[in-house]
Design a binder for this molecule. Sequence first.
Ligand code: E4P
Length: 221
Amino acid sequence: MKFFIDTANLDQIREAAALGVLDGVTTNPSLMAKEGISGKEAVLNHYRAICEIVDGDVSAEVIATDFEGMVREGEVLAALHKNIVVKVPIIEDGLKALRHFSDRGIRTNCTLIFSAGQALLAAKAGATYVSPFIGRLDDISTDGLALIEQIRVIYDNYDFETEILAASVRHTMHILHCAEIGADVMTGPLSAIKGLLKHPLTDSGLATFLADHKKAAQAVA
Ligand code: E4P
């Protein structure tokens, strides 16, 4: 299972990369705005900076919602760096853009997936990744993980190569359940990734080991 971090914050990306388990980054216009990044050059430079930190896929989202605009923006983004994956929303023109990019060898992440039907269309259009937003579905009392399971079955039935990128991951249990049901990738916050490390028995066990080591050293001295 690949681990992506879902942020445009360079410090958090550096911290996650230093852990040695980071495979990529996803961003979106809201995450870029949160970092105060605005204006075409600033946005492009920020993507370049992220690509310098992480040797893995970096999703960069188009803002246009018409086919020509998405193609124009996507081609600029893809030319920035070999790690860039063009993120495209699952709307009608987005579907056409996915096919356009796929036919030209430009990798894509189809975003804002909330149904299996959308995921099926994205795979047929040649998307590299699909991003079902599990946390946002959970927010409206709909089972986000059930959607991942449904897409897994459909993709396996037909050997689609599109990877399932579980997005809108909020906590450690989302990550673990996604791993159990076969999501190819998860993208989440640094807190959820680091949360997997935590166990009170690890902390108390380590404290005991260190205390015993100290006692033994004092006894010998
Ligand atoms: C996916 O790529 C999105 O950036 C993201 O996971 C959305 O998550 P949110 O629902 O926490 O905003």
